[in-house]
Design a protein around this ligand. Structure first.
Ligand SMILES: Nc1nc2c(ncn2[C@@H]2O[C@H](COP(=O)(O)OP(=O)(O)OP(=O)(O)O)[C@@H](O)[C@H]2O)c(=O)[nH]1
Ligand SMILES: [Mg+2]
Length: 203
């Protein structure tokens, strides 16, 4: 109950549902870029400089302009609809941070696995992780300049994915294409998750 001059007219009619979505994929594939491109809050980043000591393990081929790497997570938020807010959690890309994933995956509705066709194998680990835990996921190919173009069906075959797993092309720097990816992952997760789990209590 609200008394007096309520600010009700500024409020949506329903309390928004908040969903947690993971953004995963190999090292340097554009996870931090994707979260930053759509987040309506200043994204929380945990970037550290790539170091000389890390050079043998941090393969920056294809992303030579890369000077930092995520060491814990990215965090951002986007309101997809008045009644639907997504909290985005970007995972660290490097294998030495796998131990953080179980924590990040807690309560996630679904995941976007970002892929780069120049090194498709880098996303195998993320795909295995979500398949093994039954977390609905989709693949978004981040189209870097100079990378060969493959149609989504070819990529789905190459990754040996279930035919129902969405595969879309995007540009991690472009808000509109990233939004389409996020809509696709929510729809896919809703379609594959049992109803009582997919619909969190509202209010
Ligand atoms: N050309 C191009 N460059 C991109 C694109 N997406 C990301 N980049 C660049 O690629 C580099 C890697 O991007 P990040 O967003 O840091 O990648 P990440 O997946 O978060 O990396 P880690 O957290 O270290 O695994 C950065 O220099 C970006 O500016 C893209 O779509 N096209
Ligand atoms: Mg990152």
């Amino acid at each position: 109950m609200v008394f007096g001059r309520s600010d009700k007219r500024h409020r949506p009619d329903v309390e928004p549902v908040a969903l947690k979505i993971l953004v995963a994929g190999g090292f340097g594939v554009g996870k931090t870029t994707l979260v930053g491109a759509v987040s309506e809050i200043k994204p929380l980043r945990t970037e550290e400089a790539l170091s000389e000591a890390g050079r043998p393990v941090d393969d920056i081929s294809g992303v030579e302009s890369k000077h930092t790497t995520t060491v814990a997570m990215d965090f951002g938020r986007i309101t997809l609809r008045e009644d639907l807010v997504l909290y985005l959690f970007g995972t660290p890309g490097q294998d030495r941070f796998w131990f953080l994933w179980d924590e990040l995956a807690q309560g996630a509705l679904g995941a976007v696995v970002l892929a780069d066709t120049r090194r498709l194998e880098d996303c195998f680990g993320a795909i295995d992780y979500f398949e093994r835990r039954g977390i609905p996921f989709m693949v978004a190919v981040n189209c870097f300049e100079g990378a060969d173009f493959y149609p989504p069906d070819t990529i789905r075959d190459a990754l040996d994915l279930d035919p129902s797993t969405p595969v879309v092309l995007c540009d991690a720097r472009d808000r509109q294409t990233v939004k389409e990816v996020l809509i696709a992952v929510v729809e896919h997760a809703m379609a594959t998750t049992p109803e009582e789990e997919a619909a969190p209590a509202v209010g």
